[in-house]
Write a protein that binds this ligand. Sequence first.
Ligand code: NAD
Length: 498
Amino acid sequence: MHYAKPGSTNSIVQFERRYDNFIGGEWVAPADGEYFENVSPVDGQVFTEIARSKETDVDRALDAAHEAKEAWGATSVADRARILNKIADRMEENLEKLAVAETWDNGKPVREALAADIPNAIDHFRYFASAIRAQEGGISQIDDDTVAYHFHEPLGVTGQIIPWNFPLLMMSWKVAPALAAGNCTILKPAEQTPASINIWLDLVHDLLPPGVLNVVQGFGLEAGKPLAQSDKVDKVAFTGETTTGRMIMQYASENIIPVTLELGGKSPNIFFADVMDKDDGYLEKAVEGFVMFALNNGEVCTCPSRALIDESIYDEFMERALKKVKEIKGGDPLDTNTMIGAQASEEQLEKILSYFDIAKQEGAEVITGGNRKKYEGDQAEGYYVEPTIFKGHNKMRVFQEEIFGPVVSVTTFNGYDEALEIANDTLYGLGAGVWSRNTNTAYRAGRAIQSGRVWTNCFHVYPAHAAFGGYKKSGIGRENHLMMLDHYQQTKNLLVSY
Ligand code: NAD
């Protein structure tokens, strides 16, 4: 199936010519009247204009959130849960519309947006609607006459800054728990992918009281920085690059407010020798796990971008893996058969191409790919690259730096200890994969890898009820899971002597 291009008469998505900010329940033009052009990576053409917000606009949104926070914080958890569930229902009713909007804005294959991104975003609203109702306070007996009660309270107003690789999913990971916990929020989408959030807002904004959810668009230094720096913000949740995360932490430190940082990664994916033992369903699954480097065009913080393969199986395993990579169908992201689409922006395309040069200069072997991909017709000006496999060693830049494209750097190891040494030889610690039929090996490796998420015998699964977050330079705090609510709440201890 092929979805019609947004804007065309038979498309289910019609973007407005121009989008303002959403503040206090209304669309509000930026104070200085400036807008920036939003380009679709699918065809390289401008399709809408977006408010280019500054400190005044951020401040306006913060005031609206402060006005709303008392009433929203006082709503019953049952009422908040009901609203979150309604948001999820509206999203589900409009799944295709949201998926097409997301694809047009970001370039990802629509089949992934339909099957993973949007359903996962919906599930986050449902999960936190349930989680907030299941949350209990605590009572501890201190002595015969004294009891300590623990209460959960909202933090107040939260600032949420998200990246461009999963616009709607990252929105849901932040907005759902913040609202469930009784906070009002200001969301700052990434300047590369601001459009699909507006399609979503159009669908759901009437469900929330004015000021509870505000969206301020714009660039990092112009809109993100004043948000993270403001003394009217009680918490900043950020997903993006490690270097930006460091700045966010500095801004927030001025006001001594908590931060959650979900940052970069360079995930190892380890294939132990026993994956080759039998040519059965397991081996096929492991090969598919290798190919996950191309999911979402490789623009995933947990992209399995370093494959570590036992040297005794390297030739045989790579032969199968390469065959699978050759089957990845590239092309028009709006076609449901397309498996790899357009990179999210021209800047990202240039970054990936620069790493193709770096790899060659470093002496990495190009097993496949390593070039820009050109298509005819509507995609001629879009931002496409070939799925790429490099072979080299872990000290190379293509093994150490985040490329954020459909690129995997492959190396070999000799034995368990060397595999773990290579896996942990990175600044990052976000995701990792372990493939072994031996549950003992898989368990030991899973525990020994310094990373917040280790998939064993699977990869790229993100259930709302499994904690997600980074070790080392990959971040601070966790998202998803019940423990996420702690990041959006104060704990009040009332110690009573009777
Ligand atoms: P980025 O850091 O450039 O931008 C992220 C967001 O921060 C954008 O909205 C941007 O406008 C804003 N921003 C930039 N500079 C800012 C500043 N000085 N103050 C305040 N806000 C600022 O990241 P990106 O390029 O959009 O996203 C890609 C990165 O995100 C990758 O490193 C990827 O690994 C990471 N990521 C991490 C996770 C995770 O869960 N750990 C998930 C997705 C993406």
